[in-house]
Design a protein around this ligand. Structure first.
Ligand code: SAM
Ligand code: SF4
Ligand code: SF4
Length: 362
């Protein structure tokens, strides 16, 4: 096969693409990036397609009828995904999240879950819009999935239908959440992206509805991911405001994080009826503890949600490289990582070319 130059390091960081040295040692033990952060989480996008057109993620003006999604042969196969996952876990990853696009649209997603569930010692979760959970929750659980996060932006049917922009009703997502809970994919987390002027009136009703249910609602600040969602800073509702609004009706107190680097800041109801989380990537950046690598549907590695370029792992997978060589490539990408987008975000950076959320997953 000979030595082939493969673009492994973000052009913005390195200028010229490095060659994977034939004798690059596979990483052993913990991998650290240039800011001393460990590689611990892998988010795998299994499809770039979705049956929703959420206005903040896949606006119809961009993701319309003519939009060209990635052709099937360019997607990593389920076996390729499982192989990469095993290599990542051998080098320190202990948490894998399947995402997309809508991951439950990927054919035989249960088969992938079953393969990943064989890897010892990992936490295996999935983020979904919930539309297919009534059909698939039990099969996912049986295959070895541990938990799900379900996105739901409002309990007000008109607001939710307008936000998903395909007229999908709240009741069906609630059915999906209950199917997940009944299957034991618990605790179910419920993600709500908050956009000022769109669904901020839904914050308190959402907290009220799930209080005492065992499900954990997480309020996410609207982010400037990609280049197509028309993000404006004044549409971001700071998490501090979300906490104040809920606390005024249902008193809250802070909870210690489960582990260092946890993305959601946790709060619990003082009356002991559960907890909520807030994810403040705009008003309180958490880059300094970010341990996440993302892999796109076609096998590109992204070291940041706001990156513009990925590193092509598929070329390596399909050119007969050994697990050690793949591991060396992953090590090189992580060791060169210097991202901290949320810490340096401005109106100017928001306008930079960035990969779309539906392509690399949330
Ligand atoms: N389709 C699945 C879903 O919606 O749960 C998984 C993929 S989706 C890209 C993952 C998460 O990203 C969802 O919870 C979604 O609400 C969130 N998300 C998408 N665009 C966002 C944005 N602009 N700001 C904040 N969160 C966003
Ligand atoms: Fe689809 Fe999820 Fe994006 Fe909504 S947030 S358009 S459900 S990928
Ligand atoms: Fe991690 Fe990038 Fe988000 Fe910072 S902006 S927390 S580096 S994904």
């Amino acid at each position: 096969m000979g030595e082939k130059i493969i673009n492994l390091v973000d052009q913005r960081l390195a200028g010229t693409p490095p060659v994977i040295p034939a004798d690059a040692p596979p990483p052993s033990g913990r991998l650290l990036d240039r800011r001393g952060r460990r590689l611990r989480d892998l988010r795998i996008s299994v499809t770039d397609r979705c049956n929703f057109r959420c206005v903040y993620c896949m606006p119809k003006t961009v993701f319309g009828r003519d939009f060209q999604f990635i052709p099937h042969e360019q997607l990593l196969t389920l076996e390729e995904i499982a192989r990469v996952a095993r290599i990542f876990v051998a080098h320190g990853v202990n948490k894998i999240r399947l995402t997309g696009g809508e991951p439950l649209l990927r054919r035989n997603i249960e088969g992938l879950v079953a393969m990943l569930a064989q890897i010892p010692g990992i936490e295996l979760t999935l983020t979904t819009n919930g539309s297919l959970l009534p059909k698939k929750a039990q099969a996912l659980k049986d295959a070895g999935l541990q938990r799900v996060t379900v996105s739901l932006d409002s309990l007000d049917d008109a607001v939710f239908r307008a936000m998903n922009d395909v007229d999908f009703p709240v009741a069906k997502v609630l059915e999906g959440i209950e199917a997940a809970a009944a299957a034991g994919l618990t605790p179910v987390k419920v993600n709500m992206v908050v956009k000022r002027g769109t669904n901020d009136a839904s914050i308190v009703p959402m907290a009220r509805h799930f209080k005492g249910s065992g499900h954990i609602v997480r309020f996410i600040e609207f982010m400037d991911v990609g280049t197509s969602n028309g993000w404006k800073l004044d549409e971001v509702v700071p998490s501090a405001e979300v906490v104040r609004m809920i606390d005024a009706e249902m008193p809250l107190e802070p909870v210690e994080p489960n582990y260092s680097g946890e993305v959601a800041e946790r709060w619990r109801y003082r009356d002991g009826t559960g907890e909520i989380g807030v994810i403040s990537s705009v008003t309180q950046a958490f880059c300094s503890t970010c341990t996440r690598m993302r892999m796109s549907t076609e096998g590109k590695l992204y070291t940041c949600l706001f990156a513009s370029e990925g590193h092509d792992l598929r070329a390596l997978l399909r050119s007969g490289r050994s697990d050690e060589e793949i591991a060396a490539a992953i090590g090189l990408v992580w060791n060169n990582r210097n991202d901290r987008y949320s810490e340096i975000r401005t109106a100017e950076t928001a306008a930079l070319k960035k990969v779309e959320m539906s392509y690399i997953g949330g």
